[in-house]
Write a protein that binds this ligand. Structure first.
Ligand SMILES: *Cc1c(COP(=O)(O)O)cnc(C)c1O
Length: 426
């Protein structure tokens, strides 16, 4: 097939290719990316480059086309891209699992390598339900979460996403019915902590687990909350025989200023999901970690195995790049880089407070958020950012950024200017 022109490519894309949360045929014209390097995306239409303010949805923490990650990928490619994980094992997966156990909160010891974040959440839920089943308490099969969350697009994850998001209305009566409490306030409030405790106590007999994003709620609304609530959850779960799951798929690997957001509260969950930045944005891979208690419980059951095994489980190529990405992260003062970006975003986003229609501006770690008092005009906001030379993907009432950690100061300022422009014009 000869090379496609940009317009041919867009035409075929519109007619045949689904995009995230998109209609068919497509109604908006996506930008065609030809290549990417460092923090820049090069567009195929010849219009130049955009600084990436999105890290490809939180994942490309080291930027694109990184020599170290490229080297890890091509070295592994020369050995094998993939072998099945049933009955076989290999160094990249074993090294990655060991790395994750070593770097994650104390007590998480066992690793299930999944092929996407949503699947890792499915596995987390399966672990929790099976744990109670194995212990002879099969009635404990619901989940409790707070509103405003996002845990992925497959079935169980969808059931614990914010019910206001639209998916719940569409799937009412089809999705498992979970227990919801109010979204967590930003600051610690004893009355809210009490609400958490009493909901967990009241539903304990039917709850397998509490599942939440730690400290930052991402795609459910880009909200931050006091880490103290994580301690409240830990204590209430322990008191009432409920497991605690942290979804760190967005927050893991330094994004909030701690390696994992659970560290802000010095809490170890029973189960933890990681994904997104795991492979530095190169390949799809996620992981579900659990404690010895959870694994032992499952192993004591009538069916003593965790019955889950995706075809591409433990993919060597993804695992090798993940190991390299983690080494790259830990081999530098990543916390200083995240702090530097945090300072740059605080300064650069402050002017947004004076923009009419802006309700809130908040920054935590390498995450900057401008919340409007109205739904963003996606087309106008995106175009405003592109005019500033920046790629952003606003949603609902939010214009936000989580740049790669390698973003230089000037590019951080440029991204902040683009967020302000998008907020003004969207
Ligand atoms: C992105 C995300 C998921 C889903 O991960 P996918 O790889 O897109 O399936 C789950 N939970 C959180 C917190 C996320 O940010």
């Amino acid at each position: 097939m000869p090379d496609l022109s940009v317009s041919e490519l867009l035409d075929l894309d519109r007619r045949h290719v689904w995009h995230p949360y998109g209609p068919m045929p497509g109604r908006v014209e996506p930008l065609v990316v030809e290549s990417a390097s460092g923090v820049r995306l090069r567009l195929a239409d010849g219009s130049g480059e955009l600084v990436d303010g999105m890290s490809s949805w939180w994942s490309a923490i080291h930027g694109y086309n990184h020599p170290v990650l490229n080297e890890a990928a091509s070295e592994q490619l020369g050995r094998m891209s993939h072998v099945m994980f049933g009955g076989l094992t290999h160094e990249p997966a074993v090294r990655l699992a060991k790395r994750l156990v070593d770097m994650s909160p104390e007590g998480l010891e066992h690793v299930f390598l999944a092929d996407s974040g949503s699947v890792s959440v499915e596995v987390a839920v399966k672990m929790c339900l099976q744990y109670w089943r194995s212990l002879g308490r099969p009635g404990k099969q619901r989940l409790l979460t707070w509103r405003g969350g996002y845990h992925g697009d497959t079935w169980q994850p969808m059931s614990v996403c914010d019910p206001e998001g639209g998916m719940h209305e569409l799937w009412q009566g089809v999705l498992p019915r979970q227990v919801f409490v109010d979204a967590p306030p930003t600051e610690y409030e004893e009355s809210y902590a009490e609400q958490l405790r009493s909901a967990i106590e009241r539903h304990a007999g039917e709850l397998a687990a509490v599942i939440v994003e730690a400290v930052v709620q991402g795609a459910g609304g880009m909200r931050f909350h006091s880490p103290a609530y994580l301690r409240v959850l830990r204590e209430a779960c322990d008191a009432h025989d409920v497991l605690l799951v942290f979804d760190e798929i967005a927050t893991g690997f330094g994004r909030t200023g701690a390696l994992f957001a659970a560290e802000h509260a010095a809490v170890t969950p029973d189960v933890m999901c990681v994904g997104k930045a795991l492979t530095g944005g190169y390949l799809t891979m996620a992981a579900t970690l659990c404690t010895a208690r959870v694994a032992d419980g499952i192993s004591r059951g009538e069916v003593p195995v965790l019955a889950h095994g995706p075809t591409f489980m433990g993919n060597p190529l993804a695992a090798a790049v993940a190991c390299a990405s983690i080494e790259l992260l830990l081999g530098q003062d990543w916390a200083a880089e995240v702090k530097r970006i945090e300072a740059g975003l605080r300064e650069g986003l402050a002017p947004a407070l004076d923009v009419p229609g802006v309700r809130d501006v908040r920054v935590l770690g390498a995450i900057g958020v401008v919340q409007l008092d109205h739904a963003v005009d996606m087309k106008a906001a995106t175009a405003a950012a592109v005019r500033e030379g920046v790629w952003l993907r606003p949603f609902r009432d939010l214009v936000y950024t989580m740049p790669p950690y390698v973003t230089g100061d000037e590019d951080v300022s440029r991204i902040a200017r683009a967020v302000c422009a998008a907020a003004r014009e969207g």
